[in-house]
Design a protein around this ligand. Structure first.
Ligand code: GH3
Ligand code: MG
Ligand code: MG
Ligand code: MG
Length: 342
């Protein structure tokens, strides 16, 4: 007969299963319980429900593996050692060899307490183990330890994400920074080399922006930059990419965009800025944008490289400025690469 020890602790006491595990109040935690013994399964389920966990239970190792492969699988898994289909050890080994991230905290349940068995359990990748029959307060303490590891893991992932984001994003506008947008353009160029297709590049620069700073101050200038960013981003197609190329200069990449579509797209951007003065705490400030366009056609053999493409967009922008601002100018990319011989 199966023996289960459930320690009785007074309500509110340290081991009270009714008290939520630390941190559970913020977001509901989730656990996967894989246990073929119906009685243990019920006890485990009851404990975790009391601790306010979202509980998924399965009765064998194969079902557990299936459940753990789902995108929203619980980060914490309680795995029985002896189970039909795939035992707990095999399951740990499979999870560790096939799933590097997100990290799963695996607690192995075993009725074996021989030291060799414990080593055999931890070696393939279990984080901790608990011997049956177990005490509820010991289970809770071990689960807490597991949650601390998972919380740490989540904080690390967040920090890694923030660092990566800070490295390739501009902090004022939230756009890709210069290095990142150039890399993205290079990526598009090499993709185009393989697949063909057209590619549009636009350099956009706010007109007389220095005057905005001189008249209203730098902080208002920043607010204008943010609003210009918002309007530009709102008027792009989902697959276009925009980055802050310099102070008040933006680089926009339009993959698969023919010249006529590029002109239409760029005109929409110009219009989105000129159509309405920007509302700031210093009042309404009218702003305009000049845009330099260049594009590669599907049949452009031997296309210019990234640098030549940028030079071409820059020359078009210069022409737009010289032509009176608040306008677009277009130049074929190949000319800047010196491939048309003029
Ligand atoms: P043009 O029409 O020829 O482009 O004239 P402009 O005044 O926009 O160009 P200029 O290059 O003379 O000046 C750009 C100004 O943009 C100067 C600089 O202080 C300002 N600027 C660059 N980055 C920022 C920023 O992050 N915030 C603010 N407020 N101003 C910035
Ligand atoms: Mg079993
Ligand atoms: Mg400018
Ligand atoms: Mg400029």
């Amino acid at each position: 007969m199966t023996e289960i020890t459930v320690t009785q602790i007074p309500a509110g006491g340290a081991g009270n299963p009714g008290a939520p595990v630390e941190g559970a109040a913020t977001a509901r935690k989730a656990v996967l319980i894989a246990e073929d013994d119906a009685l243990f399964r019920r006890v485990l389920e009851h404990c975790f429900e009391q601790w306010n966990y979202e509980v998924t239970t399965v009765e064998n190792g194969l079902e557990a593996w299936e459940a753990l492969q789902r995108e929203d699988a619980p980060p914490l898994a309680i795995l029985d050692w002896m189970m039909p289909g795939m035992d707990g050890l095999e399951l740990c080994r499979t999870i560790r060899s096939r799933q590097r991230s997100p990290y799963r905290y695996l607690l192995l349940l075993t009725s074996k307490d021989d030291k060799q068995d414990v080593v055999a359990g931890l070696e393939p990748g279990a984080d901790d183990y608990l011997t049956k029959p177990f005490h509820v307060d010991e289970l809770r303490a071990r689960v807490r330890a597991g949650e601390r590891i998972l919380d740490l893991q989540a904080a690390l992932i967040r920090a890694q994400h923030d660092l990566r984001s800070a490295a390739d994003h501009d902090s004022l506008t939230g756009l890709w920074n210069r290095g990142a947008i150039i890399e993205l353009l290079k990526g598009e160029l090499s993709r185009r080399e393989r697949t063909g297709g057209s590619l549009g590049v636009v350099m956009a620069d706010i007109d007389h922006f220095k005057k905005v700073n001189d008249t209203y101050g730098h902080l208002i200038g920043d607010a204008v930059l943010k609003e210009v960013t918002r309007r530009l981003a709102a008027n792009l197609r989902p697959y276009d990419t925009i980055g802050r190329y310099g102070g008040e200069e933006f680089l926009i990449v339009f993959p698969g965009c023919s010249v006529s579509n590029l002109v239409t797209g760029a005109e929409r951007l110009r219009h989105s800025i000129a159509v309405q003065a920007i509302e700031t705490s210093a009042g309404q400030i009218p702003v305009t944008l000049s845009l330099g366009l260049t594009s590669l056609e599907p049949r452009d053999a031997d296309p210019p490289d990234c640098e030549a493409l940028l030079r071409s967009a820059d020359e078009s922008l210069y022409a737009a400025k010289a032509g009176g601002r608040n306008r677009l100018e277009t130049a074929p990319a190949a000319r800047a690469a010196g491939q048309q011989g003029d």
